[in-house]
Ligand binder design. Structure first.
Ligand code: ADP
Length: 343
């Protein structure tokens, strides 16, 4: 098979044929037209030496150029490993030097782009992982009320001789479970709005004592026989987003009821709102985690708990430029408080 010549071979073949041709021509011309003398041989030898020196110099240059070409070629072959390129390497021609500089720049840029791509892929992977965690948390929470509704509905359908008292009890259960699903959906929608930065504050002045009392009345219907003490030394007119603030307060009070059995105490002062319970408390190492989305310490229980409540609370308070303060001790109880927003 015909092997392509390398740069040096190519230049040398051309050059040697040219030099030999010119040498022969010069010698013939010399012998034919120039008067013969005892120095003729010396002249011809001198011409031969000059041609040889010329060929040697060109060969050296071609060899050097070939080396530079193969260095550049090596770079191109190992494009992905930047370590193979030495930007300080000295090339003997300015063009090759510039090519080397440009290659280094291109490689640095492509490495930067590769790093960005890798970071983006890692982020995407994490997002997907979080999404699948989220979907399993959501489906877990929806499955319970849905299967309750299906169970009660099936019994109502199959047991025709069920007393009317039992029938209305079952219907009430179905209604309650429907309400739970509705609440779960509202939380999800709200969370989604936060995630997409779609929530805007609608600041207004409102009577905070009235809002808290209304929330207590609603929760008292659900948590019958529970003592909710409300300390309200004075009327507080809040300047905040009423709907969002009420979500915060409802979450904190309902959590206090959910995670304790004794009375809970709500204190509203000019400075802050505190919700205290004497319940299960939170271990010191978990306090940081409870405001993370989908975090729940007890994953076996269910009561509208998707682990989103405190994450939503934290987000709303941050939007109001205030922070949630959690003080808690395992098996002793917790206190959730925040300074009233001063918007
Ligand atoms: P959940 O919907 O599970 O209540 P939250 O975000 O409101 O979600 O709370 C996250 C976790 O924080 C809960 O699963 C619970 O373990 C813990 N937690 C919240 N409030 C209290 C409280 N008052 N006492 C003890 N633990 C609490």
């Amino acid at each position: 098979m015909f092997k392509k010549p390398n740069f040096h071979e190519y230049v040398m073949t051309r050059l040697i044929s040219l030099v030999v041709g010119i040498f022969l021509l010069t010698t013939i011309l010399f012998l034919l037209f120039i008067e013969q003398s005892e120095h003729t041989i010396t002249y011809i030898i001198l011409i031969a030496i000059s041609f040889s020196l010329f060929t040697f110099a060109i060969s050296k240059g071609a060899k050097k150029m070939q080396q530079e070409l193969s260095t550049i070629n090596n770079y191109l072959e190992n494009l992905e490993s930047l370590s193979k390129i030495d930007s300080r390497l000295n090339f003997f021609t300015s063009e090759f030097h510039e090519i080397n500089q440009n290659l280094t720049r291109i490689l640095l840029e492509s490495k930067k782009r590769e790093d960005i791509k890798q970071k983006y892929n890692a982020k995407l992977k994490l997002k997907n992982l979080q999404k699948s965690d989220m979907i399993s948390a959501i489906s877990h929470e929806f499955r319970n009320p849905i299967s309750s509704i299906m169970g009660y509905a099936q019994t109502l359908e199959e047991e025709s001789d069920l007393s009317s008292k039992m029938q209305s009890k079952f219907l009430h259960k179905i209604h309650n479970n429907g309400k739970k699903i509705d609440e779960l959906l509202s939380r999800l929608v709200l969370w989604n709005q936060f995630e997409n930065n779609e929530t805007k504050l609608h600041i207004e002045k409102f009577n905070l004592n009235e809002s808290i009392k209304l929330i207590i009345t609603t929760l008292q219907d659900k948590y019958i026989n529970r003592d909710i003490i409300f300390n309200e030394p004075q009327i507080i007119i809040a300047i905040a987003d009423k709907t969002l603030m009420e979500i915060v307060i409802k979450n904190l009070i309902e959590n206090a009821l959910k995670y304790s059995k004794d009375e809970i105490v709500i204190t509203l002062t000019l400075e802050e709102l505190i919700v205290k319970d004497k319940g299960i408390g939170i271990a010191t190492e978990d306090i940081e985690k409870v405001t993370k989305k989908f975090y729940r310490t007890n994953t076996n229980t269910w009561d509208n708990s998707m682990g989103l409540g405190l994450a939503i609370v934290k987000k709303i308070l941050t939007m109001h430029k205030t922070t949630l303060i959690i003080v808690s001790e395992k098996d002793k109880g917790s206190s959730f408080s925040f300074k009233l927003p001063k918007l």
